[in-house]
Design a protein around this ligand. Structure first.
Ligand code: GCB
Length: 597
């Protein structure tokens, strides 16, 4: 699947804007066939946006169930004979799509795109009624998981992840046209040999009649100035780039690959793919990019903003990238789900390194002792997270890699955040998932993020990982306010992990901080404590050679479910939710922009 493009053979139409909208409080929309005509008693909703924070009404914010989005769409009159598709970048978490009341697609998974083939149902110039029903219910068979419990006032959604379960159409919805004979997929893999770059490509062509004439694939690679540096023929091959300019962290360089499908002399399809030539490898305790040791600095982030929730907004994305640059961060993790395709493209252009994470978060009924979610469940069991869940998880790994495999910024796959990992059930559940990731992408290391509840010596999943990723809160959730003992305990644990001989990235460490709260001597929740907490962590990391990365939790404050440990959300941001610095941001900037010798 190729994200819609405007090329010499393809067109796209952006369907963002105000749509008709209705929450199906009584669960009657399907029975009453709301998709067959204008949804009754509809209000309006912006696309993209989470719908939760738009209304001044708690039943809308906390709604669980089907949300109907509807609009009329004019199929462009020039699209006769084309393959016409709808491309939905993100519908959180489950979507059903109808055109004039006819169901054309269903999709599970809230953070990855899907396509509906509308060709048999529409014609050029026609106006059709498009309806998308988005369902946000989480169960033990969804990724992320959750459970709906009974309560005296009705069913209640429970989940084990620490961010608000925002829902809706979070990214762009496209109408797209391409030729019936088309490029369905492009994969590029790069290698470097001295000053020579090698770009191996695989093109999948699908569909259509070529009238007996053979279909040919042609490729052309251009440098950033537009000069052709290599050409190829055939659906797979290798393009050799002499005097290659590498894609480097902090110094991105992108080539443009044009893929054309021809039938006879006619170019029937043409798509563009950016290419960054770089290598990634793990060597002992070192993480290498282009053969050089790389030290990750940056954050676990969230797609999270006031009013729009998890929507992608270009201006807000730019602000985040400018702050990453200002603070000297060279990387981030897409905690805890795949981010917008626009974010991934921007990271490629900005030279920011990405740890790309699936939405498998909260596979751990022990987390937070029930503070973030429900208590009293066994994480892995036939009735809870089971083989069916693992199938969904495997599919989400494949889908993530299919979407993001060509991004040079992505250097490492994280297949889960803080699952239960110290039980036999966990070992059985995860072993095959590492194989799924490696089969889908043999070129990048694979890992998962380990939770403090499964320290070194007890974790049964880290044996499968190429890189150890640790979330640790010494001095916050344990040794609260006691940084001296926190430092001793943390040092002892990290030395255990270092003995495994793999690179270690600290993917989370952080302290909740109320902006404007100042205390000397420093105490938890104050800006001073956040700084001293980070300084302590950095002493521990700097003393351990195997530590190749530090990503603070979190880049910015973010929304969570209400709870006695959360004050208007999670306050571990180094920036406030509206992206202004706390004292820790200035401290990190000094550390991360210090010239290295
Ligand atoms: C974690 C989770 C993250 C939470 C964070 C916290 O370990 O991975 O999602 O938000 O802790 O602040 O408790």
């Amino acid at each position: 699947m190729i994200r819609p493009q405007d090329t010499s053979t393809r067109e796209r139409k952006n369907l963002n804007g105000l749509w008709s909208f209705r929450l199906d409080h009584d669960g009657v929309g399907r029975e009453q066939q709301w998709a067959s005509g204008p949804v009754p008693e509809a209000s309006e909703m912006a696309v993209p946006a989470s719908y939760n924070d738009i209304f001044a009404d708690a039943t809308a914010r906390d709604f669980s169930g089907d949300a109907y989005y509807q609009r009329s769409v004019r199929i462009p009159r020039g699209w006769d004979g084309q393959r016409i598709t709808l491309y939905v970048e993100s519908a959180t978490h489950h979507a059903t799509v109808w055109v004039d009341g006819i169901e054309v697609a269903q999709h599970a998974g809230g953070y990855l795109p899907f396509e509906a083939d509308l060709t048999p149902h529409v014609s050029a110039g026609q106006e059709v009624l498009l309806t998308i029903c988005v369902n946000n219910v989480l169960t033990f068979q969804t990724i992320p998981p959750g459970v709906v419990e009974d309560s005296p006032t009705g069913p209640k959604q429970i989940y084990w992840h620490d961010f608000y379960n925002y829902a809706g159409l979070h990214r762009t919805v496209w109408l797209a046209a391409s030729a019936p004979t088309r490029v369905e997929d492009v994969t590029v893999r790069t290698e470097v040999d001295g000053t020579t770059g090698r770009v191996a490509y695989d093109v999948v062509v699908e569909g259509g009649e070529s009238g007996g004439e053979s279909v040919t694939v042609r490729t052309e690679l251009r440098d950033a100035d537009g000069a052709v540096v290599a050409t190829g023929t055939g659906s797979s091959g290798e393009l050799v780039v002499e005097d290659v300019t590498l894609w480097q962290p902090g110094a991105a360089y992108l080539y443009d690959l044009r893929v054309e499908v021809t039938v006879g002399d006619e170019v029937v399809d043409s798509v563009d793919q950016t290419v960054g030539v770089r290598t990634v490898a793990v060597d002992g305790t070192r993480f290498l990019i282009n053969g050089e040791p790389f030290h990750f600095t940056g954050f676990g982030m969230h797609e999270d903003h006031d009013t729009v929730g998890k929507a992608h907004v270009d201006a807000l994305m730019l602000r985040d990238f400018h702050l990453l640059e200002w603070i000297g961060a060279n990387s981030f993790r897409t905690s805890h789900y795949p981010y917008s395709e626009d974010v991934m493209d921007y990271a490629d252009r900005a030279g920011i390194v990405v740890i790309d994470e699936t939405p498998a978060v909260g596979l751990n009924a022990g987390i937070g002792g029930g503070i973030f979610g429900g208590q009293g469940y066994t994480t892995f069991s036939p009735d809870t997270i089971n083989d069916a869940t693992r199938e969904v998880h495997a599919q989400v790994i494949r889908d993530l890699i299919a979407r993001d495999k060509n991004h040079p910024s992505v250097v490492l796959w994280s297949i889960a955040n803080e699952p239960e990992s110290d039980t036999e059930g966990a070992e059985e559940y995860f072993r095959p998932l590492f194989d799924v990731a490696r089969e889908a992408d043999p070129t990048r290391p694979v890992g998962f993020v380990n939770v403090m509840l499964a320290p070194h010596g007890t974790c049964r999943v880290s044996q499968f990982a190429d890189v150890i990723m640790l979330n640790r809160y010494y001095g916050w959730y344990v040794n609260t306010g006691d940084l001296a003992n926190a430092e001793l305990a943390w040092t002892a644990e990290i030395e255990g992990w270092a003995s495994d001989g793999k690179p270690i990235i600290i993917t989370e460490y952080g302290a909740d901080t109320m902006p404007g709260l100042h205390q000397v001597p420093a105490a938890p929740w104050s800006e001073e404590y956040q700084v001293e907490y980070l300084e302590m962590n950095h002493r521990v990391f700097d003393a351990c050679e195997a530590v190749v990365g530090e990503q603070v939790w979190n880049f910015a404050d973010f929304a969570t479910t209400p709870g006695i440990m959360r004050v208007g959300g999670n306050k571990k941001g180094v920036f406030t939710r509206d992206r202004q610095p706390k004292a820790a941001a200035h401290y990190l900037r000094r550390r991360w922009t210090k010239p290295t010798d």
